[in-house]
Every structure is written in C-alpha cells, then in structure tokens.
Design a protein. Structure first.
Length: 637
C-alpha cells in the first residue's frame, strides 16, 4: 500500500509538471509563435503584424555567411556554434547573419531585441551600424514601407556558443519594453528568492547540520545560474567567460540536489554515496577542462556536449536511486525527497529532449522552472524542519519544569503510599508473623523430634507465611484503588497519550528502551476517572518496562472505529508462554517469570478498571517476540 501511494504521488507530480510544460511550450515559446515567417533571406511584414503589441520572432529566413559558406539559409537556434555538427572544424570565427525585412504599412517605430549574444557583435540596418558590443543587443528605428536589410556580424574566440543562437524579437518599442520588464522581474525574483533562503539557512548552520549547509549552497548555485540574465542584459565584462561560471553553477546545483536527497534518505556515509560523490566531482572537472580546450582542439566542444549529456543522465539516475532509498526510510522528509526527485528528474529530461525546440518569451526554460521549484520545495522542507526543531526545543524548555514537578509529585505520592502500606503491613502482621516465625525457630532449635519429614513441613509453613504476606500486600493495593471517589469526566485520548509520553518517555530512555506513542488521526473521548486510567496504564507500561530488554521498544497507539476506541500497548519483551495467557488477569496469579517479585494483582487491577468503564481487554503474546494488550473502550460524544 505504501509503494502504491508513492507511485500515485509520483504520477500526480509528473502529470502536473507535464501539463505545466505543455502550457509553457505553446504559450511562452518563441518557436511556437504564429507567422509571419522568414524564407530565403526575406520576411514580409505588414502593419497588422506590428500593432496590438504583437511580437515577431525573427527565427527563419536568415542567410549565414562564414569562412565556409556564403548566404546559407538557416534558422536561429539550429546550431549552437559555427562548427555546425562537424566536430573536426573549429566552432569559432567570424560570421554574419542577413535578413531583409519587407514592410508594407504606415511608418512605425520598432525595436529589435537580440538576447544573449555571447560573441562580439555588430548590428547594422541598411548599411548603418546601430549597435555593437557583447551580451544583449537592441536597436530602435523608424520602419518605413519598403525593404530594410538587417545584418548581424559576430566574432568569437572562446566558449561553446558562437554566432547568433537565440532568436531576436521585433515589435513596437512598447511591446519589447513590456516583455523585457516582465522577464526582468521574473529573473529578479528567481535570483533574489534563493539568496534570501540562503541567508535564512545561515542561522541554521549550527542546528541544521549538513542539510542546512547543502541547501544554502544549492540556493547560491541556482542564484548564480539565474544571474546570467543580468550578466547579458548589462553586457558585463565576464560575458565571454560566463559559460564556464554558468556551467559550474549548474554542476553545483545538481550535486547539491543529489546530496540533499542522500541526507534526507539517511544513507549518508554509505558506500553508494561515496562512489556517486566521486563521479559527481570527476565529471564536472572533465567538463571544465574540455571547455578550456575548445579554442585549441575542435572536437572538444563535441566531447563537451556528450559528456554533459552523460552527466545529466548519471545525475538523474542518482536522484531516482536515492529517492527510492529515502522512501524506504519512511521519515517525515521522505515526501519532500519524493517530490523533489521527481521534479529534478523531469527538469533534466526536458533539458535533454527540448534544448533546441524551446526558448521562453517572458519567463524561464523548463529546467530553470524545475530549479526554482526545487529551491521552493527544499525551502519548505527547511522551514518545516526549523519549526519542528524550535517546537521541540520550546516544549523541552517550557515544559521541563512542569514535567519534573509533576513527576516529582507522582514519585512522592507513590513513596508515601508505599510508606503507608508497609507501615500498615508491619503493624497488622507484626504479631502473627513474629509469633509464627518464633514457633518455627523454637521447634528447629529444640531438635526434639525434628526429622526430615518435619523439616519439610516447616519449609512449607514458611512458604505459606510468605504467600499470606504477599496476598495481604495485594489486598492493600486493591483497597487503595477502591478509595478513589473522583467523578467520571470526558477524557481526551490525544491528551491521555500525550501525558503518557511525557510521563514515561524519560524513564524508558533511562532503561535504553524506545517509547513511542501513535495518536489517532482525530481526537476521541472516553468517560472515566483519570486517576484510575493512570493506574491502568501505569501497570501495563511498568510491566512492559520490566519485560523489555535494552534497545527494545514499547508502543502505545490508539485507533477509532464503529463507535469504539482501541488502545494498544505493545512491547518487544520476553513474552508470555501460551499456557499462561488465559490466567494473566486472574487475581493473585503470578507467572513463572515473576515468581520472586510479582504480587499477582497488576493485571487483575487493569482488568477490573477496564470492566468498570465498560470496556474489554485482550492479550496476544509470543515468547521471545513480545506482548500486546488491546483495550476497547466505548467512545463518548
């Protein structure tokens, strides 16, 4: 059932992601925009294409000229560099892209935006240079009826991008400005949000451990990766070398995601992670070396692309593997690991399959969306983790004094009851016990007629005397229970279990026993006397503590159904022999394992209290495996 639930959760996340990516593909994709389209070096535009803030993406119809070809028809995005898939040729050099814009309509001021030109560029219109530099380029001019020759010249020497790889957009100046503002705001949020979360984790580095540090590093890597928008927008000096910085940020992001999955899955330090960590560090080193060798060795750019794909595939497999390991742990972080692994895997797959078929108009690439979702997802996990730690610390700090006081009062009361009990027993049994013992000793000292048979009788008399004292001790306990005259009230099961955990958790820890409470999904009430309920569970839990060895466990759980409340007390102790199970609730019955210390009244008192409140109790046990008591109470509205 658990695996089916996880599978449905994965499928649900995938359906949401695929639906979202499909919406992006058709609603925010330059390659899916309507005509006009260019062809054979020309594109025809009329006035209707410009008005209503429409954007025209100049993808098709360009004529490429470089050292090998002249006026070769191409579309922007077809090739990432001038090598054009011939890995024996250099990917760098000079290139020019020419497109003739044929306009029919009234004169209008338009802008053409050229994003992420990593090469040195020069943009001319009708033979007049209008812009040059590195990074983003933009020209604005008055488009009059007729032909306008747009020429983009590029020169590149380093990097795995060269020429013009990202389609430019043409439209009214207001439309271009509006799209730039939306995209700038989106990238600003995607840049600042991870940085804010990284600063947030600084306060958790001491308490949060490796998970907090790894999450902070992931946020920094994602913020660095998303800052590329502003690097190209402001044409910073690092533009020609930004491909190395951006790649390192991406490798760091992938490493941190896998690392977070490992930490949350509880396999940190395992052999699998050590091997994966080595590969995740070696492959990026190879990729960086290949990036630096691209200007010197032509095939280095081809090798870089194939090794990058291998890195993505390997990272995806690692995310899937450790996500599955995280589900086996079944801790509270496993749900975040499951969703995070699914999102991360979907992002890598889309990055591999749609790298040359999608470019956003206003927002991000699919992989960048997945990265942002991962940051938000793991950020939610860190917030929840921090709240949980703070809540536990608050409970420990604020309620420790109350718990100590309460426990002290209970111990004091118990000691006083024991003191009164032993006082009464000493008073009531002093005369008969000493008299009987004196007679026995006198007979043995005299030696008159004391043979083997008589010695046996004397031993039996002493045994009977101890049995009488034990039973009187038990009767005193029953009398004390009968003196409880408090009124019955509605007792909350959630509060009862919480109190049991607060009272017995510490004592179980002292004995190295794991004490766990599993409350029901919703609260329920039973009508009872709280003091007698405490005695009931005190007997059951103390019996379990005596029977459970160190490193064992005791679990108190509650479930609801058919107007009943089922409370279970289970341990992993020595167990009860099968032949003793029908006798455990009988008065004064002492099992074989409790001959020396048992009074035979603990479970009898438990059974009496349960019956008094209209419930039933059942026991199931196996020697060497443990014992389970199931109490059934009628629920109160």
């Amino acid at each position: 059932m658990k695996h089916k639930k996880d599978l449905w959760q994965i499928l649900a996340v995938l359906v949401v992601l695929v639906t979202f990516f499909l919406i992006l593909f058709y609603a925010d994709n330059k390659y899916e925009t309507p005509p006009p389209y260019g062809k054979s070096g020309r594109i025809n535009i009329d006035e209707q294409d410009i008005i209503h803030n429409n954007l025209i993406f100049l993808i098709d119809g360009w004529l490429l000229t470089d050292g090998r070809v002249t006026d070769k028809p191409t579309y922007i995005g077809e090739f990432s560099n001038l090598q054009r898939r011939d890995w024996l040729l250099s990917p760098h050099g000079k290139a020019s892209y020419r497109l003739t814009i044929c306009y029919a309509g009234k004169p209008v001021v338009v802008s053409v935006n050229f994003p992420q030109l990593s090469s040195t560029y020069s943009i001319s219109l009708n033979g007049m240079q209008l812009a040059s530099g590195k990074g983003n380029g933009c020209i604005t001019f008055l488009m009059t009826p007729g032909e306008h020759v747009l020429l983009v010249e590029t020169v590149s020497k380093i990097g795995y991008y060269s020429g013009m790889y990202f389609p430019p957009a043409l439209g009214a100046a207001e439309a271009i400005s509006q799209v730039e503002n939306i995209q700038g705001l989106a990238y600003a949020l995607a840049f600042l949000l991870p940085l804010a979360l990284a600063v947030f984790t600084l306060f958790l580095w001491r308490t949060g451990g490796s998970i907090s540090r790894c999450f902070g590093l992931m946020c920094c890597c994602y913020a660095l990766y998303m800052s590329r928008y502003f690097i190209f927008l402001f044409s910073m000096q690092v533009v020609p070398y930004w491909f190395i910085i951006q790649s390192m940020a991406l490798y760091g992001l992938c490493f941190c995601v896998v690392r977070l999955t490992v930490l949350a899955s509880g396999v940190d330090g395992g052999r699998a992670w050590k091997w994966v960590r080595g590969v995740l560090l070696v492959l990026p080193s190879i990729l960086i070396i290949l990036s630096l060798l691209i200007p010197l060795i032509p095939w280095a750019v081809f090798a870089h692309g194939r090794v990058t794909d291998l890195y993505y595939i390997f990272t995806f497999c690692c995310a899937v593997y450790f996500t599955e390991r995280g589900l086996m742990v079944k801790n509270w972080e496993s749900r975040y690991v499951l969703v995070g692994g699914t999102v991360f895997g979907a992002g890598l797959v889309h990055n591999l399959l749609f790298s040359n078929h999608f470019e956003p108009i206003r927002f991000f690439w699919q992989f960048e969306w997945c990265g942002l979702l991962l940051v938000v997802l793991f950020g939610a996990m860190m917030v929840y983790r921090s709240r949980r730690i703070l809540r536990e610390n608050d409970e420990l700090t604020n309620h420790l004094e109350e718990q100590v006081k309460k426990r002290t009062q209970e111990v004091t009361l118990l000691l006083e009851e024991r003191k009164a009990f032993f006082s009464d027993m000493a008073h009531d049994l002093k005369a008969p016990v000493f008299a009987t013992q004196s007679f026995i000793e006198a007979i043995r000292r005299s030696g008159v007629g004391v043979d083997t048979e008589l010695c046996g009788y004397l031993d039996q008399a002493e045994a009977r005397q101890w049995e009488m004292a034990r039973r009187l001790q038990g009767l005193s306990a029953i009398n004390a229970l009968d003196k409880i005259e408090e009124e019955r009230v509605r007792v909350s099961i959630l509060e009862l279990l919480s109190e049991l955990y607060a009272v017995y958790h510490g004592e179980a820890q002292v004995q190295s026993v794991y004490f766990t409470v599993n409350p029901p999904a919703q609260d329920a009430f039973v009508t009872a006397q709280p003091q007698k309920l405490n005695i009931l569970f005190e007997n059951l839990i103390y019996n379990a503590l005596r029977a459970t060895p160190p490193e064992g466990s005791i679990t108190v759980s509650a479930n609801l159904g058919n107007g009943k409340i089922y409370v279970t007390v289970a341990d992993t102790g020595c167990g009860i022999p099968k032949n003793e199970l029908p006798l455990v609730f009988k008065r004064f019955y002492v099992g074989e394992n409790n001959r020396e210390s048992g009074t035979g009244l603990g479970l009898y008192i438990v059974h009496s209290i349960v019956n008094e409140f209209g419930g039933t109790i059942h026991v199931d046990s196996k020697v060497g495996e443990g014992t389970k008591f199931v109490i059934e109470f009628p629920a109160t509205d």
